[in-house]
Design a protein around this ligand. Structure first.
Ligand SMILES: NC(=O)c1ccc[n+]([C@@H]2O[C@H](COP(=O)([O-])OP(=O)(O)OC[C@H]3O[C@@H](n4cnc5c(N)ncnc54)[C@H](O)[C@@H]3O)[C@@H](O)[C@H]2O)c1
Ligand SMILES: N[C@H](CO)Cc1c[nH]c[nH+]1
Length: 889
């Protein structure tokens, strides 16, 4: 591929820009980044092709210049090696594909240091054999790996000067192309016309392209400005040269030879860009199609008419020229006030839409009227897309605040501040959602941007009241949840299995004919592939080891006074109900985390409840775990109804003594509701609700790891919350974490959930560890990860947390599945006073005492005096009658 070099200081620069704009890339040499010509080009032109190389580079603040150029739309910034010499770390936040380095021969030895920083290596070479040898060996090193976000690293042989005698001919360009090296030439020695002493543009472009067809032709995909395919044709060297010369769609017809598209039909094409495919044997022509279309059947494309937005745009463009008289579109074209009113009306309706169907409907309306406005003002869909592409090229983020008139968040915050925070209504109520303080960097806080981003605060800018509001979790009103859960619990209590079947049909969408599967479970219900079985078995062994070690098999015996012996011993809770969530994700790991400690503790009846699948079955992984832990029943129900069934018992579900396990807000509310009903005589482990995670990270943290940990919990549910406490992080480090959050999140299958949970999550910047630990202990997270230097040293400062993950190599996922610790942990801040599930959760402790005659004699007066003080004569007497005998009174 050739990459022309255009000197913006040259008088002929404008002609050259236009002549070479068909090529995918051009290097613009500019005196300074703020050169007026460059600024005008970046402002007015389609800039996807420009690599900008400023000659006067600001050695004091290279980053400012790079940001300026990339934000303005440059595809890449080309810097001399010296700009990177200070250390590649400063460029770590800039995508590698946006940076190129220009190296002199003396600097070729430094290439290895930049392999992870830049994507293009531009080598200053000449036509000598030594130069060509150096290029070859550099190409081998550079081309070894792909770029982290996909794509190749490029090596460009840059030949200086305008003298054709010292620049390569077609053969040399082709040779370089064969080893994957591009050729950079001054645009002044290349011409689209055949000119004496100059290389022909079409021929130079084609020098590196090799046909794999016996007829030597090049398959050519023709697309329009939106990238929509119009058809497949063939090109020859001659047709490419001609199309570069005329800037029209010119191809090679196997029946007619050189084919100037539209010469007879009038459906001509303006050529906009020519691309080569990844293995250099096929072309793509991007064209502006005139007339009825590309296809000989008089439609736009050979693969059928266009659809979607492109079709709407074309229809409106056509209607603008000849709208049917009296049509609505014609009326809109004539009445700009009507268009404006409709845009406002549809925007409002879109804001109010709630269901996916309504949102799609209102978006379609809004786009229709917005496009009418575009078309009536001569703006094409391509112009709009161009704006979007330009924005995606910016690397500096804007705050994205809404204008005060439209700022819904500010209005809500103001309203919330003027009313007292909602108060929890029942003992079951969890903290009410916080009207959070305004974030310091409020990017995307109102969801207007597509970026997946946490809110961001600076600790020293928050008042004590604002800090304590941040401790509250983003949950919906508990009295609202309670109002929904109470009738469910009531109906199961009153109507047993019949109610369970109805509610399962209603909430889980499956009509069952029974509610319980009893042990022994059939082998068919737990068929697993080998890999899954081995993974479950290994997790099982680790969890069992850790939970067995928690058993105190000997009774605690203490002689408090001579002859007064006190004892404490453990007994299993006999009947336990284990809730395994299954709403948005099936969680066999939770079956392990509850079933193993229950089995280790020795519970005699283990009931596992989990929502059934749509086909009425239970996932085989859960059945396998139920079998391994010795469960007697699997209750095929979820939500509040499952909890009620286990709390009160139904015809087929045994009543249990304790219900354990996490779940959504309905499950948690039902657990709390049944626990306070003394007629159910049931206890619960803790309020374990939506998952949460707090990470404390310092400058030793690795952005990709931090982001991956945050997302691992944010993907649980839309109500999950993750918090990052950034201890003394530089703006670049923090930005790298935020970029990783966005990029990793965008690739997740559960991105839709993350899009809701991440905006409810936040970053707090603090200066020192002390502030970080103080906030973390007050927040009392379910999971705490310490991405810190000497992380283990900080564990002793942890006062409140469900489970702690120490250092860079301890992802939270290991605790979720297999390290051995339990993943059923207190949320909502209950880690201040609750432990996570452990072996003791399934035990109760009984105490006993035995006194000898001497022991009773020694303690008797104390007991009698205290009973006397309390006025409990019978208590006193029970000691007194014995003391009389002992002392012979
Ligand atoms: N803290 C922990 O240790 C821990 C561990 C694992 C999972 N979790 C949390 O557990 C939760 C699992 O939630 P889930 O929804 O995926 O599964 P789930 O099994 O807890 O809830 C699914 C059930 O909710 C009920 N339900 C759904 N919509 C309802 C409605 N509108 N009214 C009444 N009932 C309704 C249905 O009966 C359904 O079966 C997540 O929040 C996750 O973060 C926590
Ligand atoms: N992280 C959850 C506890 O909050 C447990 C879990 C189950 N599966 C994966 N993770």
């Amino acid at each position: 591929m050739i990459v022309p070099r255009i000197n913006l200081a040259a008088d002929s620069y404008a002609d050259q820009l236009s002549a070479f704009s068909l090529l995918p890339n051009q290097v613009l040499i500019v005196p300074t980044p703020d050169d007026a010509r460059l600024q005008a080009i970046l402002r007015d032109q389609n800039k996807d092709a420009y690599w900008i190389q400023p000659l006067a580079f600001d050695a004091q603040d290279p980053l400012a210049q790079i940001h300026q150029l990339l934000d303005a739309g440059a595809d890449k910034v080309v810097l001399p090696y010296v700009a990177f010499a200070a250390g590649a770390e400063s460029f770590a936040h800039i995508p590698q594909e946006r940076l190129a380095v220009a190296l002199t021969p003396a600097e070729f030895g430094y290439i290895n240091t930049l392999l992870d920083t830049v994507s293009v290596f531009i080598l200053d070479v000449d036509t000598s054999a030594e130069s060509l040898e150096a290029i070859k060996s550099i190409a081998q090193v550079v081309q070894k790996d792909l770029l982290p976000r996909g794509g190749i690293k490029r090596v460009v042989a840059a030949f200086s000067g305008n003298d054709p005698a010292h620049t390569p001919g077609l053969l040399a360009i082709s040779e370089l192309g064969r080893i994957g090296v591009d050729t950079q030439l001054s645009s002044e020695i290349v011409s689209a016309d055949h000119q004496e002493g100059k290389l022909n543009l079409g021929e130079a472009f084609m020098a590196t392209i090799v046909s794999d067809r016996p007829d030597g032709l090049f398959p050519t995909v023709v697309v329009d400005e939106q990238g929509i395919s119009l058809g497949l044709v063939y090109s020859s060297l001659e047709s490419v040269v001609e199309s570069f010369r005329t800037r029209k769609g010119v191809y090679f017809s196997r029946s007619r030879g050189l084919w100037h598209k539209g010469a007879t039909s009038g459906s001509t094409q303006d050529l906009i860009k020519v691309h080569v495919d990844c293995d250099s044997d096929a072309l793509q022509y991007t064209v502006h199609q005139h007339g009825s279309g590309f296809c000989h059947n008089n439609i736009r494309g050979c693969f059928g008419p266009s659809s979607g937005l492109a079709h709407l745009d074309q229809t409106l463009q056509g209607r603008k020229i000849s709208a049917p008289a009296g049509s609505y579109t014609q009326r809109l074209f004539k009445d700009s006030n009507l268009v404006q009113s409709k845009i406002m009306e549809e925007a409002e309706e879109l804001c109010e839409a709630k269901t996916p169907k309504d949102i799609a409907w209102e978006t379609a309306d809004l786009i229709y009227f917005a496009l009418v406005k575009c078309v009536s003002n001569g703006v094409t869909l391509r112009d709009v897309e161009q704006q979007l592409e330009n924005r995606s090229r910016k690397i500096t983020r804007r705050p994205g605040h809404a204008k005060p008139k439209w700022d819904v968040s500010a209005k809500e915050a103001a309203a919330a501040a003027s009313t007292p925070a909602p108060v929890a209504a029942t003992p079951a109520a969890a903290p009410a959602p916080a009207p959070a303080p305004a974030p310091a960097s409020a990017v995307a806080q109102n969801g207007k941007s597509d970026r997946i981003q946490m809110k961001s605060y600076k600790m020293n800018a928050l008042s004590a009241e604002q800090q304590s509001k941040l401790l509250l979790r983003p949950i919906i009103q508990s009295d609202d949840i309670m109002a929904r859960v109470k009738p469910i619990v009531e109906s199961v209590r009153e109507r047993g299995d019949a109610a369970l079947l109805e509610l399962t049909a209603k909430f889980d969408g499956v009509q069952l004919d029974k509610t319980v599967i009893s042990a022994p479970f059939t082998p068919e219900s737990m068929v697993l592939d080998e890999k899954t079985r081995l993974a479950i078995d290994q997790a099982y062994d680790n969890i069992q080891k850790f939970h067995k070690a928690q058993l105190q098999d000997k009774a605690l015996v203490v002689e408090t006074m001579p002859g007064v012996v006190c004892t404490r011993f453990a007994r299993p809770i006999e009947r336990v109900g284990l809730y395994v969530p299954g709403g948005t994700a099936v969680l066999p790991s939770t079956a392990l985390m509850l079933g193993i400690p229950a089995a280790v503790a020795g519970c005699s009846e283990i009931v596992i409840a989990t929502p059934p699948r749509k086909d009425g079955s239970i996932v085989p992984e859960v059945m396998y775990v139920a079998h391994k832990v010795g469960a007697s029943k699997v209750l095929m129900a979820g939500g509040a109804q499952a909890v009620a069934a286990m709390a009160y018992g139904t015809e087929s579900c045994p009543k249990v003594d304790k219900i354990c396990g996490p779940g959504n807000q309905y499950v948690t509310a039902a657990k709390m509701l049944t626990q306070i009903d003394s007629s159910s005589l049931v206890s619960i482990d803790m309020p374990a609700g939506p998952s949460e995670l707090l990470v404390i990270a310092d400058m030793t943290s690795i952005p990709a790891y931090v982001a991956s940990d945050l997302l691992s919990q944010a993907e649980h549910g839309t109500d999950s919350q993750v918090v990052l406490i950034a201890v003394g992080l530089t703006a670049e480090h923090l930005a790298a974490i935020e970029d990783e959050v966005h990029e990793q999140a965008s690739r997740l299958p559960r991105v839709d959930i993350v899009r809701e949970s991440i905006p409810k999550s936040y970053i707090i910047e603090v200066e020192a560890m002390e502030g970080a630990m103080r906030f973390s202990n007050a927040y009392a997270p379910e999971h705490l990860i310490l991405h810190l230097e000497d992380a283990e040293k900080h564990v002793e400062q942890v006062m409140n947390a469900g489970s702690v993950f120490v250092g860079h190599w301890s992802p939270e996922s290991c605790g979720d599945y297999a390290s051995g610790t339990n993943h059923t942990l207190p949320t909502y801040g209950y880690a201040r006073m609750y432990s996570g599930v452990n072996t003791d959760t399934f035990l109760k402790h009984i105490t006993s005492q035995q006194l000898t005659r001497e022991g009773l004699d020694a303690i008797g007066d104390t007991v009698m005096r205290l009973a006397e003080i309390e006025g409990l004569e019978a208590h006193r007497n029970a000691v007194c009658v014995r003391i009389k005998d002992i002392r012979g009174l």
